[in-house]
Design a protein around this ligand. Sequence first.
Ligand SMILES: [Zn+2]
Length: 319
Amino acid sequence: MYPWLMPYWQRFQLMFAGKRLPHAFLLAGPSGIGKSALAVQWASLFLCEKPQQNSPCGHCHACQLSRQQAHPDWHVYGDDDTRTIGVDTIRQLSAQLMNSPQLGRGKVAVIRQAERMTEAAANALLKTLEEPPGNSLLILQSESAMKLLPTIVSRCQVWTLQADEQQALTWLHEQLPGRNISPAMLRLNQGAPLRTLAYLNEGGEQQRQAVITALDAYRLQPWTIGSLTKCWVSAMPVTFEWLSRLLLDALKLQQGVALQQLPFADHPALLSFLAQRPAECLLDSMQQLLQLKQSLADMPSAVPSILFADWLSQLLTKE
Ligand SMILES: [Zn+2]
């Protein structure tokens, strides 16, 4: 179990021991916080034939099947690449929960990225939530409770997962010994340690530095537009994400948030410069960034350097 999930695991264990488990949970939190890992641990305990000190024993038939992801009473929905979770999937889930468990302990259904449910699917799920079948555990996962129908949320016990920053940083340092990992990197990734690990492993930090450093160089030496455009185009689509988050930081700085609390504090000169621009200019630039992204996606023949040059002049020089 990841260290930052321990409080949630222990709380679940206490509820399990006291036979106070609700039928349905909603695990909310950013991707990479460990929602799936926690759900797996919960389901394993719920289905274990001989739990030991409120933990799955690891040896019984149920535990063996759970480990192989082959337990007949444990189903995961919404785990494929399809865009939405349709009503047929939810009907399948409801039928699974209505049936008697094959191994006797109970039934578990997990819905990953539950916000992808269609309206019809959500309404079908509502019926199951209103009359939950006996001895079943339903775990919904979503980035935010706000993304689900309030009627669904109100029938679940909602747990919003967060990682303690120090604990998360310690864990990241253990995974990547010798690597320089700052709190800002964690914050850039919504405080989610698994996402931060992937970001660091997959070159995300180098890409962010390249995108922002190119802008800073251009600000001081406007003739470097060629290398800036090249860098930004090669880093698309994350170029747009980093630029809009940089502008958001500049707005926050303008509003009095301390520099060191901002994810882009590693570029203080650029951030201070941008914070001196009028707020409307920053907001307009953020808006235009979205349009620019759309234009470049819609028109393969568009010349990025021209579009970026317009955007830069509005951001850096327009009064
Ligand atoms: Zn067991």
